[in-house]
Design a binder for this molecule. Sequence first.
Ligand code: ZN
Length: 209
Amino acid sequence: MLSNNAKSSYGRSSPLWATSQNLPPPPPPPPPPKTLVGVEQAPSRYEAQKRRDWNTFGQYLRNHRPPLPLARCTGTHVLDFVRYLDQFGKTKVHLTTCPYFGLPQPPHPCPCPLRQAWGSLDALIGRLRAAFEENGGKPESNPFGARTVRLYLREVREMQAKARGIAYGKKKRKRPPPAPTSDHAITIGGGHVVNANNMQVQQGMQPGT
Ligand SMILES: [Zn+2]
């Protein structure tokens, strides 16, 4: 725009812009944030989290006794990993025997265990499932897509929804009354501690803990 003004006001004694011609040029746009990878876009939070999750799972496998190569990892191992993560959870899940079972906001603390929230687990499994295939795994052998994992997540969702009085899945159509699940309910309280030396995994998984 200065060039237009310069043309139109050429030769005038005191063009309006004359007093501001020494203004510094506009600051250049800020450089894009540095990225760990060489792509032109910064990795999304999803991508970054996915990478962290994948590293955490790899660490879990390396610490596994007996050794557990990724190629031999099954849905059952994934569930071991997921249950292992429960010890770092921050979501109170009331036992059915707790007087606050089903109350979203209990008036007093209770000794019920803390677990990983279903939403966190669901997102985690989704990221790991994608990462598995991005790292060369075949879709048909993806342990994170195993039926047992899907069933487990569904159980966790229903159990936590009941325990906390929260209705998940509002976006979906109304679900029919819950079918009895006791015959195939998965015990969330299993809490397998596969490896006592878990500090690194804990840090990788729950930075704020
Ligand atoms: Zn409770």
